[in-house]
Design a protein around this ligand. Structure first.
Ligand code: MSP
Length: 660
């Protein structure tokens, strides 16, 4: 019996309109929920809006609106964005709802009854952008918040406190007992070290503004916006409640196999430390996993209004369609890592993978061979008579489906798509080598039928394996195969595992191509419409492409082989004292002993972002001393006018593997 599965996104602040950072989280959660639903699990997907707090109160004032009117107005673009992006959430929580307010107060009372809340005076720095207190140590020069780069405010007021300090040990014990609680692993290490330093009690109420949930029995105070916000995950289900009072809470919180919160790396601390501590205090079950994804830049730059590159998802959906954008989000960046949203890369992936890969496979067989030679019908074949080549493709399909499933379960979406694309490529190669167009001319109908069936059935498998990421396109693909749309059903596992689901005689349809190729002028006009200009580096690269290389510009292969390029795993990373640029890395290059490498990248990477990453190094460079430390190799990185990116590998190859 498949057990319930609960997946959530952060609830978004409504001070601004949705952008692709929000869309990235929401699409990821939608992909998870669609995958789990396909597997027959009762699934609940929650998203929503964080509508309280000082930041919202101030924005409403700027707009000369009452806070409630302001948040009501801002809710619509979020709902629309998720609809446009095919994000089929089951719940949409708004923290200004009465149900939520009551549940926040209920949580407060439970924590209070445990003796974990007390009143005291408080004075500290506060960042309104983060809605969070900051220690002096965290601030940048000039008292700036390290995330928002804006001045923090000094806050002094009477406040209720939560005895977070009491939870240092229980949290560490919990982490120990649940080694998958935070993903990716490197982020879990950060959380553990933070908690190990000892936790300070947390201020959980404010008196200097009104826009929030009143504290029970003391309405002068409003509940701290993060305590209010985190509670959304439980209040949306109607809890905490007595059994039977809130069926959603019973099913998806109390009896769930998985409660997964997808969050951005910037809000991990709130989810991995405060939230479990609040729940422990209230005696409520804890979530099973917090998944922290990385941040997206846009064409190499941090997204910000002042740079004018604040990217709403709507125009992109209009230009490419929801499924293509979803595919790009999930394929381009390893979930958990930072990445870049680049319009050019999107176009490249579209043409290279969707149009030339999957679209081409579809066109060659369904729209061409089957239509012209088999009256558009799925042919009948004798499975016992299949050739080795057919069997190899079937084996590939089995491996790809199992691998993709494993990766979807681990939220490694890019890997799930890698595995799926291995099948797409294998199927295209199979078509190249079996040459069905020749079989058609030779009038070898039996072999032609075998080849066409094998590809059509592969396409049927693909229509399921890609459904979590591209639901609409997959149903279009199925319609072309003469199959009904996928209808996930509880307790029915629809993931492909048995070959031969496609019935002989089924009438295929040739509608418009699934992924028509964009030619250069179409690409240019899309980019123009979206207001995207080439960066100076792109212009330079294009100019270089045009100037022909002369013979003298080439090197011999042997020259290249002199450079010992190897994959290494970063084990430790720290800043070099007194150096603005240098990081000291300890890497495992597969030599049985660590190597020390100094890299001038500290303006672009925080040390903790590198630990655990697979990088590429030049291993036979003469060691040299920098700032008194020896560097035993060089880390490879690419740079353009917008920044620098460390080179990596997209699979977990063994440390020490040569790169050539
Ligand atoms: N309201 C809080 C969350 C409360 S959850 C109980 C909040 N809201 S937010 O609107 O500021 O951010 C929501 C999410 O968007 C965060 O997970 C954040 O990491 C994510 N992103 C914001 N900008 C982003 C990118 N540029 N790239 C990827 N995600 C980013 O924090």
């Amino acid at each position: 019996m498949a057990r319930p599965y609960y997946v959530t996104t952060p609830i978004y602040y409504v001070n601004d309109r949705p952008h692709i950072g929000h869309a990235y989280s929401t699409v990821a959660a939608d992909v998870v929920s669609r995958y789990e639903r396909l597997r027959g699990k009762p699934t609940y997907f929650l998203t929503g809006l964080d509508e309280h707090g000082l930041k919202i109160e101030r924005r409403a004032k700027e707009e000369e609106l009452a806070p409630q009117d302001f948040v009501d107005r801002m809710a619509a673009p979020f709902r629309l964005a998720w609809e446009e992006l095919e994000c089929a959430h089951d719940g949409f929580i708004r923290t200004t709802s009465a149900q939520h307010r009551e549940n926040v107060q209920a949580l407060w009372k439970l924590m209070d009854a445990r003796g974990d809340i007390y009143l005291d005076d408080y004075e500290d720095w506060y960042c309104v952008g983060c809605e969070s207190f900051k220690t002096e140590k965290e601030l940048l020069e000039g008292n700036l918040c390290p995330i928002h780069q804006k001045p923090v405010e000094r806050i002094k007021e009477r406040s209720y406190f939560f005895r977070l300090s009491n939870y240092t040990k229980p949290l560490l014990d919990f982490y120990e007992a649940h080694p998958d609680f935070v993903q990716p692993e490197a982020r879990f290490n950060e959380v553990r070290s933070f908690v190990k330093e000892g936790l300070r009690d947390l201020s959980i109420s404010r008196t200097s503004f009104r826009w929030g949930v009143p504290v029970p029995e003391d309405p002068e105070h409003v509940v701290y916006v993060w305590l209010d916000a985190l509670m959304n995950y439980v209040s949306a289900l109607g809890g905490p409640a007595e059994e039977g009072e809130a069926p959603l809470y019973d099913e998806f919180w109390q009896s769930s196999e998985a409660i997964k919160h997808i969050v951005g790396k910037d809000i991990l601390r709130f989810h991995a430390i405060y939230w479990p501590a609040f729940l422990m205090s209230a005696g409520i079950r804890l979530p099973t996993q917090i998944w922290a994804h990385g941040w997206l830049t846009v064409n190499g730059e941090k997204m910000s209004k002042s740079l004018g590159n604040f990217l709403p998802p709507g125009p992109l959906v209009e230009a490419f369609g929801a499924d293509v954008l979803r595919y790009y989000f999930m394929r381009e960046v390893g979930f958990g890592q930072d990445g870049d949203f680049s319009h050019r890369n999107l176009l490249n992936r579209y043409n290279g993978e969707l149009a030339n890969g999957l679209g081409n496979l579809m066109n060659r067989i369904v729209a061409s061979i089957v239509k012209k030679n088999l009256e558009g019908r799925v042919p009948e074949v004798d499975f016992d008579a299949l050739s080795d080549a057919d069997r190899q493709l079937i084996d590939k399909a089995n491996v790809a489906a199992q691998e993709a499933a494993k990766h979807f379960e681990a939220l490694a979406f890019h890997r799930a798509l890698d595995s799926t694309w291995e099948l797409v490529s294998a199927a295209n190669k199979y078509v190249d080598s079996t040459e069905p167009w020749k079989l058609a001319k030779q009038d070898d109908k039996t072999r032609l039928a075998e080849v066409c069936y094998t590809v059509l059935e592969t396409l049927r498998w693909l229509s399921i394996m890609l459904f979590p990421v591209m639901p609409k396109k997959c149903n279009e693909l199925r319609a072309q195969l003469g199959m009904p749309p996928l209808l996930p059903t509880e307790q029915v596992d629809l993931w492909p595992s048995a070959w031969g689901g496609l019935r002989p005689g089924t009438q295929t349809q040739t509608a418009t191509p699934l992924f028509p190729r964009f030619d250069e002028s179409q690409e240019r006009s899309i980019l123009e419409r979206l207001g995207v200009e080439d960066t100076p580096t792109q212009k330079k690269a294009a100019a270089m492409k045009e100037t022909k290389q002369s013979e003298n510009d080439f090197i011999e292969f042997d020259d290249f082989l002199k450079v010992d390029l190897r994959v290494a795993v970063v084990k430790e990373a720290e800043r070099v004292e007194k150096s603005k640029k240098l990081l000291k890395l300890i890497v495992d290059a597969g030599e049985g002993r660590p190597r020390q490498i100094l890299a001038g990248i500290s303006e672009h990477y925080a040390p903790e972002d590198l630990v655990g990453r697979r990088v590429v190094i030049v291993a036979n460079l003469k060691p040299r001393k920098l700032m008194g430390l020896e560097s035993q190799g060089m880390l490879l990185a690419a740079s353009d006018d917008t920044g620098l990116s460390v080179l990596g590998v997209d699979k977990d190859v063994e440390p020490g593997s040569p790169a050539k």
